[in-house]
Design a protein around this ligand. Structure first.
Ligand SMILES: Cc1cc2nc3c(=O)[nH]c(=O)nc-3n(C[C@H](O)[C@H](O)[C@H](O)COP(=O)(O)O)c2cc1C
Length: 332
């Protein structure tokens, strides 16, 4: 059974990539991911704020007493305990790369163009096989238009592409008004792949303490339907690689994503909740299903359920929507 796939030009032995998570913080867990069968590892992110904060601290010691220092530091959330500074991150990435044989993808996370993007080059020098650029941005500024936000993504992408020769993928949120058009623009700007989608962490309100509660909730399996739909739509238009993230838990989820047109799937919550060994179960489940349904390779089923044969995906989606609403019968 051939489970191999090509993602960002990298030959992967199967579509199960360990997505960005704290599991890449330790060399031991990286080794465990490889031993369990992961085909690549995306590192946890190095953040723009983390890099810029380090630069501010450096400037402070070089130029003690400037007024800008306090303001600049207040911008940085001190209580966020970054496990490593930028230099240590790069050193750690180099060690991960030396300790596993599977591809290692560096993750750079930011929201505006700046000197921090140079860290993409450092990741490449440390041995990264590709860069995953995560633009985790809540468009909360009423002065900023959708077009401005899209242009900002393109500018950051172009700056990172300029800094490296290895492939660059872009991890995006789902909230764009015309994602199919925007995805094509990203491809034109040099994106080698898209990772769909960033999962935005949503705060709640504690009614007793009257405080905002910001806690991390894992994805629910049904959340995989959002990337599933968009991968099916985008696979019909793009040459860039597509990776699915959010709600990928089981072998069936992986098979569906690949049929929709994904080139790889990113596992995170399932590894944190069910353990790294769940990779083996997912691989076994894939082999079993493929054998039962007479598929010999993942490539054979890849994209078989995308929307390439659908002349008008918007009308198709609207037709499904109307049918669901009109055929639903309340249980009363
Ligand atoms: C504890 C935790 C840490 C994460 N850290 C990162 C990160 O550093 N960079 C990143 O791009 N995504 C990060 N993610 C997001 C995951 O890579 C993934 O996109 C998201 O959790 C949705 O996938 P899932 O449903 O498989 O969890 C993190 C997620 C979790 C739960």
């Amino acid at each position: 059974m051939d489970l191999s796939t090509t993602y960002l030009g990298l030959e992967l032995k199967n579509p199960l990539v360990a997505g960005a998570s704290p599991l890449s913080r330790s060399l031991d867990t990286c080794k465990e991911l490889e031993d369990a069968g992961a085909s690549a590892i995306v590192m946890y992110s190095l953040f723009q704020e983390q890099i810029e904060n380090e630069a501010v601290v450096h400037d402070h010691y070089m130029d003690y007493g400037t007024d800008s220092f306090a303001e600049a530091l207040s911008y940085m959330p001190h209580h966020v305990g970054f496990p490593r500074g930028p230099e240590e991150y790069i050193e750690h990435l180099a060690k991960v790369k030396q300790s596993v044989d599977i591809p290692v993808i560096g993750s750079l996370n930011g929201t505006s163009v700046g000197g921090w993007v140079e860290h993409a080059r450092m990741m490449q020098e440390a041995g990264a096989n590709a860069i995953e650029l995560n633009i985790y941005l809540i468009a909360a500024d009423a002065e900023t238009s959708g077009r401005d936000i899209e242009n900002r993504h393109i500018e950051i992408l172009e700056a990172v592409k300029k800094a490296v020769t290895i492939p660059v993928s872009l991890k995006l949120g789902p909230y764009f008004s015309a994602l199919a058009h925007f995805a094509e623009q990203l491809e034109d700007a040099g994106a080698d792949g898209l990772v769909l989608f960033n999962r935005f962490y949503q705060p709640d309100i504690d009614l007793e303490e009257l405080e905002i509660v910001s806690d991390l909730r894992f994805s629910a399996p049904h959340e995989m339907r959002l990337p599933l739909r968009w991968i099916a739509i985008l696979d019909a238009h793009l040459d860039a690689s597509l990776a699915a993230t959010t709600g990928v838990y089981t072998s069936f989820d992986v098979l569906k994503m690949m049929m929709a047109g994904a080139d790889a799937t990113m596992l995170c919550a399932t590894l944190l909740r069910n353990g790294i060994h769940s990779i083996q179960f997912i691989l076994e489940g894939m082999r079993e299903w493929m054998e039962d349904h007479e598929y010999h390779s993942v490539r054979q089923l890849q994209g078989s359920m995308n929307q390439v044969t659908c002349p008008n995906p918007a009308a198709f989606e609207r037709g499904n929507y109307m049918r669901e609403l009109n055929t639903f019968r309340p249980f009363v």
